[in-house]
Write a protein that binds this ligand. Structure first.
Ligand code: ATP
Ligand code: MG
Length: 323
């Protein structure tokens, strides 16, 4: 059977970039193979140094993921730090990882350019991510485009490990990227990212959701004139949540002129609200049942750890650690 793996950082709340970039595919794949999905709290230590905030983010994100339809009967859902084997494998992998491989990673440079401090952990992030993937012998990794390079790095590291310690030691994963939603842009035109504060969150309070959408920058085309369709972030976002007919209608209104951006933003707000309404209901149920969420994460940790331990033992054997 196909093994699927993906993770989400608890660096903030779930946003529509995460949803359409990764989660939608992950939810589908949980019915097509053996899926392992996790909350990447070790990774979030690269951007959050506030214990209380991190722990509460983990909880919120777990609830968010479940509210979107993750089924803990169908997949293994866990918190990364409950499986510390990831970090041990990461260390072993780091000893065969060429510096140049990490120096070429865009994500590190992008994050530093966007104000995240340039720690060793942030630089070594792709190695931990390689461990996250390789420890489950994953075949497929559903991700957004920003993570494509990291999956390639994972493959390179696995190849190096296999050359060094024996062919077949680690399985080479493949990224699964949906081109139409590979990069969802945020309210400021950069890639939508939790750590950039430019997100449209799935479970945002209505007033704040409205504020986020109204803050999307637009050009100064007068109300009566046709609006440029090409490159419009309002249209790009609307296409994600609207029916094809509603989307075409908005494109036609852009082209016709006579309507202002405020009007289009209101339709976008409505579209997003309607699209995620059932998830909101589910979320409210989960919030009222904290014991259930604890149980899901505890059981997930146990199942994940059993698999991770086996892989780690295989690697420890091969590299000469322990007896
Ligand atoms: P951070 O800013 O802390 O890196 P993030 O918003 O980038 O957070 P991650 O947890 O790093 O979210 O990524 C989770 C998944 O969502 C990854 O598969 C990533 O590729 C995908 N993803 C994140 N942002 C986008 C986006 N704007 N468009 C499409 N996919 C995205
Ligand atoms: Mg990210």
């Amino acid at each position: 059977t196909m093994r699927i793996l993906s993770g989400l950082q608890p660096s903030g709340r779930l946003h529509i970039g995460n949803y359409f970039g990764m989660m939608e595919a992950a939810l589908k794949l949980q019915h097509e193979g053996e899926a392992f999905y996790f909350i990447a709290d070790y990774h979030s230590l690269t951007s959050i140094h506030d214990g209380k905030a991190l722990r509460s983010n983990v909880r919120d994100l777990a609830i968010d993921f479940l509210a979107c339809g993750l089924d803990p009967e169908k997949c293994v859902f866990f918190r990364q730090s409950d499986v510390p084997e990831h970090t041990e494998l990461s260390w072993i992998l780091s000893t065969v990882t060429p510096m140049g491989l990490l120096e070429r990673c865009h994500s590190y440079k992008d994050k530093v350019a966007n104000g995240i401090s340039a720690s060793h952990g942030l630089f070594a992030y792709p190695v931990l991510m390689a461990a996250d993937i390789l420890i489950y012998d994953a075949d497929v990794v559903p991700v957004g485009r920003d993570q494509k390079q990291h999956v390639e790095v994972t493959r390179d590291i696995a190849i190096k490990m296999n050359e060094t310690f024996g062919q077949g030691l680690l399985k080479l994963p493949n990224p699964r990227i949906r081109e139409e939603t590979a990069v969802v842009l945020g309210t400021d035109g950069r890639k939508m990212s939790k750590s950039y504060g430019n997100t449209i969150q799935l479970f945002e309070e209505p007033a704040k959701l409205k504020k986020a959408i109204m803050s999307i920058p637009t050009d100064s085309t007068p109300v009566e004139s046709p609006k440029p369709v090409e490159g419009s972030s309002i249209l790009a976002l609307y296409q994600l949540v609207a029916s094809p007919a509603d989307y075409e209608a908005m494109v036609a209104d852009f082209e016709a002129g006579g309507k202002g951006y405020g009007d289009f933003k209101k339709r976008l707000l409505q579209g997003i609200t309607d699209y995620f309404a059932p998830f909101r209901e589910k979320r409210a149920e989960l919030v009222a049942n904290p014991e259930y969420v604890n149980k899901v994460l505890a059981e997930g940790a146990e199942k994940a750890r059993a698999v991770a331990r086996k892989t780690l033992e295989r690697v420890r054997q091969a590299v000469g650690l322990g007896d």
